[in-house]
Design a protein around this ligand. Sequence first.
Ligand SMILES: [Zn+2]
Length: 651
Amino acid sequence: MLKATGLCEFLGFISLNCTSEPDAQPERAVIMMVFWGRGAQRLFWMRTYIFLIVFLGMLAMASNVVVGQTAPNQAQLEQMASRFAPTPLRVDTSALSPGDRQALVKLIEAARIVNDIFMEQYWSGDLALYQRLQSDHTPLGRARLHYFWINKGPWSDIDEYKAFLPGVPPRKLPGSNFYPEEMTKEDFEHWVSALTPEEQEQAKGFFTVIRRKAAQPKAKGFLGPPDKLQDIFIIVPYSEEYKEDLTRLAGLLKDAANETDNPSLKKFLSTRADAFLSNDYYESDMAWMDLDAPLDITLGPYETYNDEIFGYKAAFEAYISLRDDQESAKLSAFAKHLQEIEDNLPIDPQYRNPKLGAAAPIRVVDQIISAGDGAHGVQTAAYNLPSDERVVQQKGSKRVMLKNVQEAKFHSVLLPIARKTLSKSAMLDVNFESFFTHILAHELMHGLGPHQIKVGDRDTNPRKELKELYSAIEEAKADVTGLFALQYMMDHSKQMGLGNVLPSDEAAQRQLYVTFLASAFRSLRFGLNDAHGKGMAVQFNYLMDKGGFVPHGDGTFSVDMTKIKDAVRDLDHDLLTLEAEGNYAGAKKMLDELGVVRPILKRALDRLQDIPTDIEPVFVTADQLAPAATPAPTTRTSAKTTRSRRRSRSH
Ligand SMILES: [Zn+2]
C-alpha cells in the first residue's frame, strides 16, 4: 500500500500532466480561436500556429519526461480507494409505524437528489464527468468511477483535494461552483462594496450563488468602456439556481410529511419543503431543533466548508437516520447527574459552577443513508447544527451522533489499530460499548468546567484568554473529564441509579481505560494540527509519564489500573485549572512540552500506515427499502463482513 505522504507527492505530479490528456488543452483551444482565419495574414498565423502546436507539444512531452507519471492507473486508484474500508450500514426499521415506513422511502429518494445538487455545487463539470465515468466499463473506468463516488468529485479529499482524474483542474476550486470560476476574492469584494446593504447581505448569504451575467451583445465596432463589475455579476438564490431539483425535493418531503404520524417530523418536513421554494430556511431550522421522532432527518443546505474563499455558501447534505432509544435513555440518565459531577470536579471549589445551564440537546441515531456534503471523503460521525445564528440564539444548537457510523469506524479502523498497539491481554478489553459511552461523556463534558471566568477584575472566558491554544486544551479537557465523570458515576452507580445503563464492575472499568488508550492512537493519526490530535498527544504523554499507560519492549502498550485513575484526576485538575485561570502561558507550556510526538509514540504510529483511514459506507438498508435506479458505484469486491451494525462536525 502507498503511504499517505508518498501518495501526496505522487498526486502532486498530476497537475503537470493534465496537459498531456486530449481533453485538457484549454490553452491550445484559445490559441486556435484567436489565430485562425484572419484573411491576408492567414498564412503567417498558420505558420505561427503550427509552430506553437509543435512548441506546446514539445513542452508537454518535456513535462512527461521530467515527471514520468500520468494520472493514477487502475492499481493506484484501487490502492487509494482501499484507504476506505467498505462497510455495510444496516438498520433495523421493523419498529417503525407503517406511515413512517412510507415516509422513509420518500426520504431515501430525496437523499439521492441531494447527491445531484451537491455535485452541481461542487464543480460545474462534476455531473457531466460523473455521467461519462458511468458509461466507461473498462477496468480503469470502473476504478475511476469508484474513487470518484467516494469523493463525489475528481479530487481526493484526504490528499488535499489533489486531482486523480485527467482533464480536470489540478485541485478543487476554492470557491467550488458558488462563484464564477475566474472571479477573484478582490473582484468579489470590489463588486460587493458597490451594492446596497440588502444586496450585500444576499451576496454574502448562505443560500445564494454568484453568477456572471450573460454578456450584452455590443454593436459592431463597439469602443466604449468595458463592463463595470456591477454589471458583470448577479446574485441567484438557490431556489432559482437549483429550481428543478428543489421542486422534486419539495414534492418528496411533502409526500413524506403526509405519511408520517409524528407531528414534529411533519412540521419539519413541510416547512423545509416550503424553504426549498421560498429560499427562507429560518422557520424550518427552528422546526429542526424541535424535531424528536423515530425518524431523525437532517436535509438541506448546511455547512460552508466547501466555500474555501469566504465560508459563506452552504452545501446540500442529507442524513436519514433512526433514533436510538437505548442510547437516548443512557444520555438522559447521565444528564440528570451533571450538576453532581460539576460539584465534584477535581478543581479548587471556587472554580466550580454552582448552577449549570440547560444542556444542549444530543440525539443518538443510526444512519440509514447520507448524501451530498455529508457523504464524501471521511465520513461524518457527529454533527452540530444549525448554522443560522438567529436560531442558535433562540434555541441553541443540537448535536446528532451517528452511532452505527461510529461502530463501523470502530470495527474497520479502531480494532486494527488496537491489534498493532496494545498488548495481547489488553486487547481483550477493547469494546465498542466503552468507546461510544466515552464519546457521549466527552460531548456532555464540553458543557462542564469553567465557562465564565475572572482574570483580575475582568469578566472573560477561557476561549478568549487561551486564544489559539483553546481548542486543543478544551478537547483534552472534554476527554479527560469524560474519563473522570464515568469513573465517578461507576463509583456511585448504586446511589445514582445507573445500574441499567452503565456497567460498573472491575471489567467495565478496565475496558473504559484500555479502549480509551486504543482510541488515543486513532486521534493521534489525525496529526498535531488537529485540535483533537494535539489534545490527545498531551494526554498520552502525561498519562505515560505518570505510569497510567505502560510501554512494553515489543512496541505495544497497556494500562496500569493501579495508577490510571489518579493520573486522570491530576491531569483533569491541571486542564480545568488552566481554563479557570485563563492561563495562556501555562497552556502554552503544557502544549509545548506534552503536545508532541515522542519517538516511542512515533514508532507506534509508523506501524499503523496500512490500516484504513476511514470507512466507505454501503447503504444496505436504504437500497433494500428504496432500490436506486443506478446502484451506487461501490467496490466490486464484496463488502467485508465486519459486524454491521464526523467547528460542527467530527469524524
Ligand atoms: Zn469535543
